[in-house]
Every structure is written in C-alpha cells, then in structure tokens.
Design a protein around this ligand. Structure first.
Ligand code: ZN
Ligand code: ZN
Length: 224
C-alpha cells in the first residue's frame, strides 16, 4: 500500500536497523544507530530529524526512537527483501556463506515488490534468512533456541542461528564458514572454560575453540 513512497536507500538502512534492535525489546537511541551504521553522531541526528519530519519515526522526550506505522511497514519490507536476496544469492548464485549478507545489502534497495513476491515463492516462503534470523512476523520462531555459550559439555545440538549482530562482521562470518559452523550443522560441546572465556566444540571431524562472546551470538536447538 505504501509501495509508491518507498524511502531512500539511506532511510531504508536506518529503518532496518531500528526494526532489528526494537524487535528484541531493546531501546533504540541515536548512539546505538551511529555504532551500528558506522556513521558519526551528528549525521545520525540530522538523518533522524528528516525521518521524523517525513513521518517514518517518532522521537520521544527520552530520545527513544519509535517507528510509525508507515515506518514499520517500510522497515519490514526492506528486511524481507534483504533476507530473500540472501537466499537467492545462496541458492541460485551459490555465493559463499560469508558473502551473502554484504552482497544482499547492496541489492536489497533496488528490488521491486513484484520481484520480492516472486522471490518469496521461488524461495518457498522462508521463515528465516540463511543465517537463521527471522523474517518479519516470525520473531517467535527463534525464541526456543539457546545460546551455544550456555550449553553443557557432552551435549549435542544443531546450530540454528547466527545472530543479526554478527552478519555485519565479515571476519567472524568468514571464520565460522571456514570451520563449517553454519545453520543446520551438528555440534557437540567438548569443554567450557568460563575463566578463559572459551568453549571447545566438535563440528564434523574438527575441534574448534570459540570465544564466549562469539558463542553468545550462536543459537542452537537441542537434539533429543
Ligand atoms: Zn543479512
Ligand atoms: Zn541473514
């Protein structure tokens, strides 16, 4: 319904980040956006002012940023296009796992709603992106998964999700890919050393040592 007034690529990036932070109940403020989008605080402030003027967001007295209904619709649309594009790059073009996010980020803004619908059916209505992050509307589907960092030694799990926060970190994604740590893989926890902030896991025929901070962003389901 708001297709004719799709925002600029910059505004879409802001809307996407605001949506992604807000959907897990976190507070959205300018400083967080500056960090996430890697732009200066004055730039964020100026862009947010324009976005408020144009009706995408509302900024309350505590400087908290909220999406308006129009902003929410636009944010969900760009996130959906991003995730469907990741699937297209993965399934059709067979791009390496670590490249999917940044390549999709370049293309997502130019996808028409016709192509978006086509992708949705061609990719068989996915609920998650290739990293296991939920498409808008499927947020509840990830709520049962547990952070790998909290799993006890000896327990076997399936890696389901590499959190959105990691998708921007190419080095981390590339490392995970090189170790075979991608959604769907079976993992056995070997050793957890909290004082060392490491967790050692078995993935296929290799043993991998992960830092707790990285393992905090990997979500798994238990194998019964
Ligand atoms: Zn992505
Ligand atoms: Zn993704």
């Amino acid at each position: 319904m708001n297709e004719q007034i799709r925002p600029s690529a910059t505004v879409e990036d802001y809307l996407g980040v605001i949506y992604t932070i807000a959907r897990y109940g976190e507070r959205v403020i300018g400083a967080r956006l500056a960090e996430s989008l890697e732009v200066s605080a004055p730039t964020v402030t100026a862009t947010l002012k324009r976005m408020e003027r144009d009706g995408w967001i509302r900024i309350d007295e505590n400087k908290e940023i909220n999406l308006t209904n129009t902003g929410l619709t636009a944010a969900r649309s760009v996130i959906r296009r991003h995730m469907l594009t990741e699937w297209m790059l993965s399934k059709v073009l067979k791009l390496p796992f670590s490249e999917l996010h940044r390549e999709a980020h370049q293309i997502e803004h130019t996808i028409s709603s016709e192509v978006e619908q086509r992708l949705q059916s061609e990719m068989e209505d996915p609920r998650f992106c290739p990293h296991g992050n939920p498409l808008p509307g499927y947020e509840d589907a990830v709520s049962e998964w547990l952070a790998l960092s909290g799993i006890e030694p000896g327990v076997e799990v399936i890696l389901q999700r590499i959190h959105e926060n990691l998708e921007d970190q190419y080095d981390s994604l590339s490392f995970l890919e090189s170790q075979g740590l991608m959604p769907g893989v079976r993992i056995r926890v070997i050793e957890v050393l909290p004082f060392n902030e490491t967790i050692q896991v078995q993935v296929n025929d290799r043993q991998v040592i992960l830092g707790t901070r990285l393992a905090n962003q990997l979500y798994v389901s238990l194998i019964n």
